[in-house]
Design a protein around this ligand. Structure first.
Ligand code: C2E
Ligand code: MG
Ligand code: MG
Length: 549
């Protein structure tokens, strides 16, 4: 049987009918049958100049020597070789891919089947590639970007050099979308992507992270080099964009994080670059660049002007507090108010926190600003108490304060000077800020908690923490960021975030407060969702202490 030079006609008929190539060899390796498809493949190979069946094995499922093709291996070892994919390189450099299975039969022969998988592999490759690209701009997406960032960091570690990470967010993209529609928004993003891509070197990576957010990895680049790149990126946006005849201008805010100064892994660097970007945005965007927690940037004209004025303001009692009631939904009564700082500027009028708090933080005035606000809030709270009120007060505290080793003493001092127990004070910590230095924050929070101070995570949903992480902190409440609350009656995704946050927070034993409630419908939806308390213009606007009663 083994020596027979041909195969059973019934098998031959069956092999002839299948779509893959079939080759049968006898025990000595001599080919005794090939079906039509196999002959065609073979002819093709000869045509492209590949001798001996396969010119070159470029990829296999296992480490086979070039000559040791699946059929040879099956003949030699008498065991089946399955699913081997071999590539044949054609003269112009392209590769035809074939899946080969070689199975020994009981009578000593080997039956080899060959399927051309080139198109399938190409489709898979395209799909993989597509999964890593942003469909709108064709730039790498977040997943591919993070991968490149990780590679960049690994390389910088190996080569003991630095790396810059930039995160950029367009400043008025939402307005463009709202005014001209989504089509125009898409067109703008495409044009922005093209211009930005032209500003970076070959070794740099650019990506669209989503929405109007772009990011850049600049290997071997310190902050000075990064500043040059930022200037050219912002310069590229200066020329107005043309949206079917409409001329539109957009600015951008850029955050910078440096390896290794601001973090040693991709996660930490991304977080810090985003916080820096967020700070830049709060400071007015335009062409602002911030590095995470950098000391005052001497070249920033905005900060240079505002800081001495602010120092004056702190000395001359130009700060005032407004109070906004936080209303319990079950009783519709207010047990707590949030203190919101205002600067009564001698010439500019009332200045909002967005326009000076960040500057104060970055210029060494963080503690003074916090202490001043805290003392005003506590003394006013003590006055309400003296008048028979049970109202407690929340003060916003920033990351600079949380990492200040003396902040606990500042709080203790202010409490004892006003004769209030810790229970009368609440502190609100912005989520993004909390995540900037979780370990140090935790130590401070634990001590404040020990003093009876009520702790709430502010602007929840804008940072990167999970509720599971927050649960490990001694906080009692989360305040859902007003951006979600604002949209929840119109936008499914925002509603889902509010509901899920509320549900999960409750399961973890945290109170849930919604901020930015602007209408009755939202308030009603929040009440049905079981949210504990709410704050917003619909309930009460921030007001001077005298009006609170
Ligand atoms: P926040 O802690 O989330 O404070 C709530 C902000 O939402 C306040 O803005 C408040 O006026 C505003 N708001 C209240 N109800 C509504 C509403 O229904 N709709 C809308 N759209 N907004 C509403 P404000 O006073 O401008 O404060 C902005 C941020 O500045 C605060 O956000 C807080 O993070 C910070 N901030 C305020 N006071 C201080 C302070 O004394 N120290 C520090 N470090 N930060 C402060
Ligand atoms: Mg707050
Ligand atoms: Mg808030």
């Amino acid at each position: 049987m083994a020596g027979k030079a041909s195969i059973d006609p019934a098998f031959a008929a069956a092999y002839g009918a299948v779509g893959c190539g079939v080759i049968v060899q006898d025990a000595t390796g001599r080919v005794i049958y090939t079906n039509e498809t196999a002959r065609r493949m073979r002819a093709e190979q000869e045509l492209i100049g590949a001798q001996d069946g396969v010119e070159r094995v470029v990829s296999t499922g296992a480490a086979l020597a070039d000559a040791d093709l699946p059929s040879a291996a099956a003949l030699r070892t008498r065991t089946a070789v399955r699913g081997m994919v071999v590539g044949i390189r054609v003269p112009d450099g392209a590769i035809r891919w074939r899946r080969v299975d070689a199975v020994p039969t009981d009578d000593g022969r080997v039956v080899t089947t060959v399927v051309d998988v080139s198109e399938q592999r190409e489709a898979e490759r395209a799909l993989r590639e597509q999964a890593l690209r942003d469909a709108l701009t064709q730039l790498p997406n977040r997943a591919l970007f993070l991968d490149r960032l990780e590679h960049g960091i690994a390389r910088a570690k190996r080569e003991r050099t630095v790396l810059s990470l930039l995160v950029m967010d367009l400043d008025s993209f939402k307005e463009v979308n709202d005014t001209f529609g989504h089509h125009a928004g898409d067109a703008l993003l495409r044009q922005v992507a093209e211009r930005l891509a032209r500003c970076v070197r070959r070794s740099d990576s650019i990506a669209r992270l989503g929405g109007d957010e772009f990011a850049f990895v600049l290997p071997n680049t310190n902050e000075i080099g990064a500043a040059v790149v930022v200037r050219s990126l912002l310069g590229a946006l200066e020329e107005p964009f043309d949206l079917s005849g409409q001329s539109v201008s957009v600015g951008a805010s850029v955050g910078l994080a440096l390896f290794p100064r601001h973090g040693e892994d991709a996660d930490a660097l991304m977080r810090r670059a985003e916080i820096a970007m967020y700070t830049a945005k709060r400071a007015g965007g335009g062409s602002a660049t911030y590095t995470f927690e950098d000391e005052l940037d001497e070249r920033s004209p905005h900060l240079l002007k505002v800081v001495p004025e602010l120092r004056d303001a702190l000395e001359h009692d130009e700060l005032a507090l407004l109070y906004q009631p936080i209303v319990e939904l079950a009783t519709r009564r207010s047990e707590r108010v949030e203190a919101l700082v205002r600067w009564r500027h001698p010439t500019r009028g009332l200045v909002l926190p967005a326009d000076f708090v960040a500057a104060a933080e970055r210029s060494g005035l963080a503690r003074q600003l916090f202490e001043k606000t805290l003392r005003i809030a506590l003394s006013e709270c003590a006055a309400w108490r003296a008048a028979g009120s049970e109202l407690r007060v929340n003060v916003n505290i920033s990351t600079r304060n949380l990492v200040d080793p003396e902040v606990v003493d500042v709080v203790a001092g202010a409490l004892s000077d006003t004769g209030l127990a810790g229970e009368w004070l609440g502190l609100e910590i912005t989520e993004a800020m909390l995540m900037a230095d979780p370990d140090r924050s935790l130590r401070t929070l634990t001590r404040l908690h020990g003093m009876g101070v009520y702790l709430a995570v502010d602007d929840f949903g804008t940072g990167y923490s999970s509720l599971a992480y927050l649960q490990r902190l001694p906080v009692q409440a989360v305040k859902i960021d007003r951006s979600f609350v604002h949209d929840m009656t119109r936008d499914e995704a925002s509603l889902a975030i509010v509901l899920a946050t509320s549900d999960l927070a409750h399961r973890l034993g945290l109170r849930v407060v919604a901020e930015g409630v602007e209408d009755a419908e939202t308030l009603d939806r929040l009440a049905r969702a079981g949210v504990d308390a709410a704050q917003g213009h619909h309930l009460a606007r921030p007001m001077p202490a005298a009006q609170l009663a």
